[in-house]
Design a protein around this ligand. Structure first.
Ligand code: AMP
Ligand code: MG
Length: 426
């Protein structure tokens, strides 16, 4: 229910209300192929040494160092080639002094091997080889366990799995791994005027920007998104769609229909007494003042109801929903995709003092390496092309009525922290 009068909920209060609705999902054993982007729920220890056996780092010839000592272009050393060892050869071999074996990269070196002479230092002989350069002891031999010993911690619980982590899990032989699963997020757009992209518009209609924007945003965080087609402003239809979706939802996100007008169907349906428990608040944020959050149905599936203007939807997702989804993923630390930086305002603008303002802006670096931010266009929260040009959101706190050129501001980057720009020495 809306609080009476002009009382606004603060951004921090509403964010906390959203966070309080969710918990990290219980861990699950997932096939390695499905684990990318998930947060590890176990400490992973290598069950065996890596490499598992001494092997050759080069295509070449396995030797004892003393047998090729002093080899040079002027004084080549010749050795009989008594074996040929391809990668994958399983039998145990022993190097007899005064001989060599041809060996391929990754093949197990015969016992007694002290170095591998790369093929480039030889005449590539098959039954007899001439060697023109001497290796140092151990050269081009990869020793068992030099990467990791058996029983050693390889990845810590809490690691968000990136491709390189998936690679090491495979390398130590893990087919499955215990992670927190991705929350399944159902995205519902509402509005009788809203139609699918690809459909020709009749007068008064517009395409469903929010459904696609929010679905993409959900996937970008690492959750699974299910986009439901647009639901008209009809209470019966919306109630039916929400009921149908609950079976596959860990979270529901709606857009539109939460303002003060007639036909604000999300608010109408979810405020009605019954199984749903959703509070609607006016939050001290610009854009995105009307917000709702709560739970749906007996299973108490968390729901976030975002306003309909696409920029409001986007900012609401960033400020309120993104932290909640990251919590469900088990990834509550600093958001690597959304670093906060201090920046300098390149131009000035006004801000409603009663609200925390999120300004779509583009950042650059000045000659001192400082971030400089410029708003991308006007404040209208229907301006989607300006949103697309924004590379950060500048946060103007409550109590500030204007930002002057040169003021220091806080900016949330809409992407990972860029590398510092190379600058000429002063
Ligand atoms: P509402 O919150 O439903 O009153 O919608 C506010 C504004 O956002 C209206 O101009 C709607 O036409 C627009 N809007 C609502 N949903 C969408 C959507 N899915 N995509 C683009 N614009 C939308
Ligand atoms: Mg609407």
């Amino acid at each position: 229910m809306s609080p009476a009068g002009d009382t606004l909920t603060t951004v921090a209060e509403h964010r906390q209300a959203c966070l309080d609705l969710v918990r990290p999902l219980p861990p699950l054993d997932l096939a390695l192929r499905d684990a990318l982007g998930c947060v590890l729920a176990e400490d992973v220890v290598s069950p065996r040494p890596l490499p598992a056996f001494d092997n050759s780092a080069m295509d070449g010839y396995a030797v004892r160092v003393r047998d090729v000592a002093g080899a040079s272009e002027e004084h080549p050393v010749g050795l009989p080639v008594v074996g040929d060892i391809a990668a994958g050869r399983p039998d145990a071999l022993r190097l007899v002094g005064g001989t060599t074996a041809r060996i391929m990269t990754g093949a197990p070196v015969p016992q007694g091997t002290e170095a591998v002479v790369p093929v480039e230092w030889t005449d590539r002989g098959v039954s007899h080889v001439t060697i023109t350069r001497a290796p140092t002891p151990g050269q081009h031999v990869r020793r068992a366990g030099e990467d990791v010993q058996a029983g050693v911690l390889v990845l810590e619980a809490g690691t968000r799995l990136e491709p390189r982590h998936v690679g090491v899990l495979a390398a130590i032989g893990r087919a499955r791994v215990r992670v927190r699963p991705r929350p399944r997020v159902v995205v519902v757009s509402t509005g009788t005027e809203v139609v699918e992209p690809g459909v020709t518009l009749a007068r008064g209609q517009l395409h469903d920007a929010n459904g696609y924007l929010l679905t993409a945003a959900v996937e970008d965080v690492g959750a699974l998104a299910y986009r439901v087609g647009v639901v008209a402003d009809d209470a019966h239809e919306l109630a039916g769609v929400l009921d149908d979706q609950l079976v596959r939802a860990d979270v529901v996100i709606t857009s539109g229909g939460v303002s003060e007008g007639a036909y604000d169907t999300v608010k109408e349906v979810l405020s009605a007494p019954g199984q749903h428990s959703v509070r609607f608040d006016r939050v001290a944020v610009q854009p995105g003042m009307p917000q709702g959050c709560g739970t749906l149905g007996e299973q108490a599936v968390p729901v976030f109801t975002l306003p309909g203007n696409p920029v409001s939807s986007f900012v609401s997702f960033e400020v309120f929903v993104r932290p909640a989804l990251r919590r469900m993923l088990g990834d509550p630390g600093p958001d690597p995709q959304r670093p906060r930086v201090r920046a300098v305002a390149g131009t000035g603008w006004t801000s409603p003092p009663a609200k925390e303002q999120y300004v779509r802006a583009a950042w650059t670096r000045d000659e001192r390496g400082r971030f400089v931010v410029e708003p991308v266009s006007g404040h209208g929260s229907h301006l989607v092309t300006a949103l697309a040009r924004a590379t950060c959101l500048v946060v103007v706190p409550v109590g500030v009525g204007a930002v002057e050129p040169g003021d220091e501001v806080e900016a949330v980057l809409l992407g990972p922290l860029p590398a510092p720009e190379a600058r000429d020495a002063p």
